[in-house]
Write a protein that binds this ligand. Structure first.
Ligand code: NAP
Length: 501
């Protein structure tokens, strides 16, 4: 990447979570100095700032869940706890001077493309003009509240896991939790230790892989301090392991899937002896169809004497608690909604319009799609990080953002060197890419007879359906044939640039 390129773009990065911090660092390394990061909250951290529920941790090994350029010798656990991860991002953003580029407590209300520039209006009434916008707004951050009759009539405390109310003390209380996904598994393991009673409202059972946690000793940490090479090796080793176990197993099946299936079924058999409870916990779909849950504590928690697994289905919610399909009323003091997120909202509800006044809602009216996840036709010089089809099942999103970040920088470099007048993928390229995504579906576990956020409303993949290696290979270099190559007059509206109202 040349640092003396002809044009020095102004870039606005939206969001100072894991990806926004990364992009601020990468842009500066590429010699791009005019970078502003807009962050709606008062701190960096994104998902790790927002999710503070009891038991919050990352089920990807900590030494793999780091930026490749800066390991963390201080991880305390193999599966880092949420506060450790938040501290890591805060430290990185302070050490790399990212914080100075962030405007906190300022969200983007509107973002319009006109005359080759992006015009942004913020919640503080400020206006910015930029050549490029990078939406580092995350995937799973719009809480999904269940559509259950009477939800709002409940008189006790009720909150979503991503909006945990730490003023509510659960000790000794009658607590109910709706959901049994990755989040719920972590919450249940923790709160079952102190709640007076805990009722788990399970709609669908989950396959669970037992991967024990471990605490890192002072000696182990000391060996890593100041030794990035050693941390690199550790990251690569874990990445290799995860790729060759989960990722390959869920995307291409074969013996790896057979092995994974055997492991999780054995885990259930060995961990839950009561045949009635085991039957309730046994999924009827393929292993990996829903996101595999990694937990060495969930089955133990479910079998605590104060815990009840309710599978009758929720009929409605009333003032006192939850009424299940068998007519039973479950009296509760607290109801926790571990009901997941809206995965297709991305940067919305921001008022985003691209070329010729095309709004993102129009562009996505039929389906949320992008080209190579990051480019949306009609939205020149706009990149959506971790967009549709970028997540790779049970893999580190940090590694995904790094691959996408390099790809985006290569595209910006084309603009800097005047080889692309504006970076905009063609509609045909997007269609081809999405057909390719559909073709990959058949061999994945996600079509194994379940519902999950891994599939969209048409049953098509929201994730990358091939291998990690295939993804990195295809993202290594942008294929310029897939981008508009016209002169600015052809792809940039001719009206003069004007300031956004
Ligand atoms: P999720 O996987 O979408 O699970 C939501 C749960 O709520 C499911 O059990 C679902 O049941 C249940 N549910 C939703 N609406 C319901 C309703 N109306 N009635 C009854 N049950 C209802 O959400 P999540 O657990 O928050 O996880 C989301 C994603 O976050 C994960 O897939 C993962 O990518 C990420 N995550 C990662 C980690 C990590 O350690 N790396 C930890 C937590 C989360 P059904 O299964 O029947 O739909």
């Amino acid at each position: 990447m040349t640092k003396n390129s002809a044009r020095n773009p102004s870039v606005v990065v939206i969001g100072a979570g894991m990806t926004g911090i990364l992009m601020a660092i990468k842009l500066r390394e590429a010699g791009i100095s005019d970078v502003t990061v807009l962050e709606k909250a008062d701190k960096v951290g994104g998902t790790w700032r927002e999710n503070t529920y009891p038991g919050v941790a990352c089920d990807i090994p900590a030494h793999m869940y780091t930026y490749s350029f800066k390991g963390n010798p201080e991880w305390q656990h193999r599966f880092a706890h949420g506060d450790e991860i938040q501290a890591y991002f805060e430290k990185i953003s302070a050490d790399y001077g990212v914080e100075e580029q962030v405007r906190f407590n300022e969200s983007v209300d509107a973002c319009h493309y006109r005359g080759g520039k992006w015009y942004l209006s913020t919640s503080r009434g400020n206006e910015l003009v930029a050549d490029f916008v990078i939406a580092a707004t995350g995937i799973l951050h719009h809480p999904a509240y269940p559509d259950i009759q009477g939800l709002d009539s409940f008189q006790g405390a009720m909150f979503h896991t991503a909006r945990w109310d730490h003023n509510v003390d659960l000790a000794g209380k009658r607590v109910g939790i709706i959901g049994t996904g990755s989040t719920a598994a972590q919450v249940i393991s923790e709160i079952s230790k102190t709640a007076g009673s805990l009722t788990i409202f399970q709609r669908t059972p989950q396959w669970i892989l037992n991967t024990p946690d471990k605490d890192y000793s002072e000696r182990e940490k000391a060996r890593l301090r100041g030794n990035q090479g050693r941390m690199d090796k550790l990251r690569q080793r874990y990445a290799w392991l995860i790729r060759n176990t989960f990722t390959e197993a869920v995307s291409s099946g074969g013996w790896r899937h057979a092995l994974l299936s055997w492991q999780v079924k054995r885990n259930l058999r060995k961990s839950v002896r009561d045949p009635e409870l085991r039957a309730k916990l046994t999924p009827d779909y393929k292993v990996g169809c829903k996101r595999l849950i990694v937990s060495s504590t969930f089955y133990e928690a479910v079998q605590r004497p104060n815990v009840q697994l309710e599978t009758a289905g929720i009929e409605r919610i009333c003032e006192q608690g939850v009424v299940t399909g068998d007519g039973a009323l479950h009296d509760l003091d607290v109801l926790v909604l571990a009901t997941g997120f809206h995965p297709f909202n991305f940067m919305r509800p921001m008022d985003l319009t691209g070329r010729d006044g095309l709004s993102i809602d129009q562009a996505w009216s039929r389906k949320v799609q992008a080209y190579r996840s990051v480019c949306v036709p009609g939205f020149p010089n706009f990149f959506l990080m971790l967009g549709p089809n970028s997540p790779v099942g049970n893999y580190s999103v940090i590694a995904m953002s790094e691959v996408q970040g390099n790809y985006v920088l290569k595209l910006i470099e084309q603009w800097r060197n005047n080889r692309l007048q504006a970076v905009e993928a063609t509609e045909q390229a997007k269609v081809r890419f999405n057909d390719y995504m559909k073709q990959g579906m058949g061999s994945t576990a996600w079509v194994g007879g379940c519902q999950s956020w891994y599939l969209d409303a048409d049953g098509e993949p929201a994730l990358w359906p091939y291998s990690w290696n295939q993804w990195t290979k295809e993202m290594a270099e942008p294929d310029l044939a897939d981008f508009h190559r016209g002169t600015p007059a052809e792809i940039v509206p001719s009206e003069p640039a004007e300031k956004a109202a």
